[in-house]
Design a protein around this ligand. Structure first.
Ligand SMILES: Cc1cc2nc3c(=O)[nH]c(=O)nc-3n(C[C@H](O)[C@H](O)[C@H](O)COP(=O)(O)OP(=O)(O)OC[C@H]3O[C@@H](n4cnc5c(N)ncnc54)[C@H](O)[C@@H]3O)c2cc1C
Length: 282
């Protein structure tokens, strides 16, 4: 059966289309959803396309935060002013798919899919991003670590959509490292996103593809925070970098699958975390 397709032109119309449609499926860039439909694993009865909703496009600055529309594409994230405000997210965006994919695929779609290998997710975790939603119960705001609840599972309720993601603009270096089985067009085996907040004197490490949900490596963060000379933004004790990597690996719960072994993932996390900290604070 061919699904009905609604193409709302405003957020109000999108909310109304979701409320009135029978078991609606949301479509943004379609780079995950259309793959699933073509493979026969999803058969929507009705589709609500968000891609023409102006309120979900682009990004804007709001004080010391940036508000990223759910339909913001990786092509928009990877360059320009936004890339300088949230460099780790831009680095992650540059590793995603191909230029064609990055022109279509959206941040909201990465969150909606909630794959453990979603490249934006460890960055958003490191940034303590919040996800804004709208639905029949009104507007909600959730920390990203509460939004992603399991492998391809989210806290989204029926007929609810992501409208935006809020991330802080922080002063300090940021790094994103990704390991895959080749250099491009690759699903992550491991990701590490490091964010240094020089004003808040915090070190935040988000990890991906190493557990059902994105992970924050709290023990590694505490070690690094206690080792930084915040006046120079440097770590003098050279043993800290290796220990940081070890603690990062200990915070993961990886699995063996067709892309990697759990043991290799633990090793790769320790290397990526150490390198990220060396680049940022050595
Ligand atoms: C060739 C190829 C390469 C890829 N490479 C990568 C990669 O390197 N890294 C990576 O992370 N991903 C990759 N992907 C996956 C995909 O591109 C991303 O997950 C992308 O962010 C999905 O966004 P989209 O707009 O296309 O989502 P869609 O396919 O439109 O939707 C994805 C899911 O999210 C839901 N959804 C979308 N928008 C919203 C919203 N606003 N509110 C609620 N739910 C919503 C949809 O209902 C659907 O369940 C790749 C895909 C392909 C086909």
């Amino acid at each position: 059966m061919t699904p009905s397709v609604a193409q709302p032109r405003s957020l109000d119309d999108a909310v109304e289309a979701l409320r009135t449609a029978i078991d609606p499926t949301v479509l943004a860039g379609g780079t995950d959803l259309m793959v699933a439909i073509n493979a026969g694993s999803r058969r929507p009865t009705s589709v609500v396309s968000l891609i023409r909703v102006p309120e979900l496009q682009g990004w804007h600055r709001d004080g010391d935060e940036v508000v990223l529309g759910a339909c913001l594409t990786y092509a928009e994230i990877e360059r320009g002013e936004l890339a300088s405000l949230v460099p780790a997210l831009a680095q992650a965006a540059r590793t995603i798919g191909s230029p064609q994919i990055r022109n279509a695929a959206t941040l909201g779609g990465n969150l909606g899919t909630a794959s453990p290998a979603g490249d934006s997710l460890p960055v958003l975790a490191a940034l303590d991003a919040t996800v804004e939603t709208i639905g029949p119960d009104g507007v909600r705001t959730l920390p990203v670590l509460e939004f992603v609840t399991g492998v391809k599972r989210t806290a989204l309720r029926a007929q609810e959509i992501i409208t935006a993601v809020r991330v802080p603009v922080l002063r300090g270096p940021q790094e994103f490292l990704k390991v895959g089985t080749r250099n491009a067009m690759v699903i992550s085996v491991v990701m590490a996103a490091l964010v240094i907040d020089l004003d808040g004197r915090s070190v935040r490490l988000g990890l991906g593809s190493v557990a059902p949900v994105p992970v924050r490596a709290r023990d590694a963060e505490a070690l690094a925070e206690g080792s930084v000379d915040w006046d120079t933004a440097r770590i003098g004790d050279q043993t800290v970098f290796g220990r940081f990597g070890e603690l990062a690996a200990e915070s993961t719960a990886p699995i063996d699958d067709h892309r990697s072994t759990a043991a290799y993932r633990r090793h790769a996390v320790s290397v990526c975390a150490r390198r990220a900290l060396e680049r940022a604070l050595r």
